[in-house]
Design a protein around this ligand. Structure first.
Ligand SMILES: NC(=O)c1ccc[n+]([C@@H]2O[C@H](COP(=O)([O-])OP(=O)(O)OC[C@H]3O[C@@H](n4cnc5c(N)ncnc54)[C@H](OP(=O)(O)O)[C@@H]3O)[C@@H](O)[C@H]2O)c1
Length: 397
């Protein structure tokens, strides 16, 4: 093992879908990468197994009880120190020994550690799109000020990143770009009627046709809020106004997104729907490494279809677009209301059709202010959560 060229990676959200795929890619390249620290919320058993396999310096459990349980089951000779809570996450996101941080905590909970990694000037592999949606201004400012490298892991943004022009220093630019085309699978309800969607169960919403993902993002894909959050993410990442980000439904999820140029050219990135491709790209950029992904066979794929999104059946896409255009804390409010509504749907407290209604009402009832600091964003998030929780309660009573 050549420890001088080995990159130390902190995997935040290691027990989740993106975290597991990240550890798979890291394990394929032991000379180049090491899982230096892992973090999760409550999944003690999965974390124990990951620690035994990857032998990290640190394992962080957000929940203090889970941290206690992990300390009890990890053999002392492993040498892994168990930390807990936001302090633990901050430590591994910013430690001088860490080269790259995989930001793959789900939801708003990922914001403080993602921001901390950016402020510490790390190579930030951004899966946690909610960070940019809530605090795009603060995160992009942190990246600029610290010289951090922000690499998008969402497959669509990773595709756009790959298709953008680069300047002489290899940095992505926007010269000659007329718009970006964000592809969407359309989710499991793409062809469902409004009546069928109104009666949809959490299991049906989580049964994504092409991607195997965590439950929250799976529901977001079913409502198209995931595409709405990605539209906001694209505006921040690539410094584009919302009208220059067009959503195109592409049911096969083979074209991961495209960039359209002024001269009529459209560049696309294609591949099998497997998150290990963008993860490997983020880890190795500007190099390319094996991701363990099967090569794309276009002949057996046969056809690629494209259609317009139906914002009548999927109002979440419109709500997200309106909130990024409104500016201020509107997108953070939209994100918080969505998290509350999706959790209530997954717990069986509200129906699928209630999700956009709760978001729209929360957006109307929560004041929008300038997102000057993390505290302001967190306060808007808390107000929106309280408003959305009340709406959930009222629907239950
Ligand atoms: N899955 C995909 O294909 C995909 C694609 C693009 C982008 N993303 C984005 O990547 C992020 C992760 O998605 P996922 O599908 O991997 O989610 P997931 O499978 O639900 O995993 C979430 C991870 O976050 C941890 N976590 C949850 N709450 C936490 C908290 N308060 N503090 C610290 N850790 C916490 C979980 O730990 P426990 O196991 O202990 O709960 C788990 O490790 C999301 O922002 C999502 O939008 C995912």
């Amino acid at each position: 093992m050549n420890s001088t060229t080995q990159q130390a990676v902190a995997v935040l959200g290691s027990t989740g879908s993106i975290g597991v795929s990240t550890l798979d890619v890291i394990a394929r390249h032991p000379d180049s990468y090491r899982a230096w620290a892992l973090a999760a919320n409550t999944s003690v058993e999965a974390m124990r197994d990951q620690c035994l396999t990857h032998q990290p310096e640190y394992a962080v459990m957000m929940c203090p009880d889970a941290a206690e349980q992990l300390r009890a089951v990890l053999p002392a000779e492993l040498g892994t120190t168990v930390l807990q809570g936001e302090e633990g996450l901050h430590k591994i996101a910013t430690d001088p020994a860490v080269d790259a941080v995989m930001a793959a905590v789900v939801g708003a909970a990922g914001l403080p550690s993602t921001l901390a990694a950016a402020r510490a000037g790390k190579r930030v592999l951004l899966a946690n799109k909610e960070s940019l949606v809530m605090a795009g201004h603060l995160l992009m400012e942190a990246v600029r000020d610290s010289g951090a490298l922000l690499l998008p892991i969402d497959s669509e943004h990773n595709a756009i990143f790959q298709c953008l022009p680069v300047d002489r220093a290899g940095r992505p630019g926007r010269a000659g770009v007329s718009k970006v085309l964000l592809t969407a699978s359309g989710g499991p309800f793409r062809t469902w009627t409004p009546a069928q969607m109104a009666a949809a169960t959490p299991e049906q919403a989580c049964a994504h046709p092409n991607w195997d993902m965590g439950r929250k993002i799976s529901v977001d894909s079913a409502t198209l809020m995931n595409k709405g959050l990605e539209l906001i993410e694209a505006c921040w990442l690539f410094d584009l106004p919302a009208p220059q980000v067009e959503v195109v439904v592409h049911p096969q999820s083979i074209v991961h997104s495209m960039v359209q140029y002024d001269d009529g050219s459209v560049l696309a990135q294609l591949g099998n729907p497997d998150m290990r491709t963008p993860i490997a790209y983020g880890l190795a950029w500007p190099q390319r490494i094996d991701a363990g992904v099967a090569p794309l066979d276009l002949i057996s794929q046969g056809r690629l279809d494209f259609e317009a999104p139906d914002e009548g059946r999927f109002p979440c896409l419109r709500l997200a677009r309106e909130s990024v255009m409104a500016g201020g804390t509107a997108a953070a409010i939209c994100n918080a209301a969505n998290e509350v509504a999706v959790a209530a749907f997954l717990d069986g407290h509200v129906g699928f059709g209630d999700i956009p209604a709760i978001i729209e009402r929360t957006l109307a009832d929560t004041p929008v202010v300038e997102p000057d600091s993390l505290a302001v964003v967190e306060s808007a998030d808390a107000q929106a959560r309280a408003c959305a929780a009340l709406l959930v309660e009222n629907r239950n009573s």
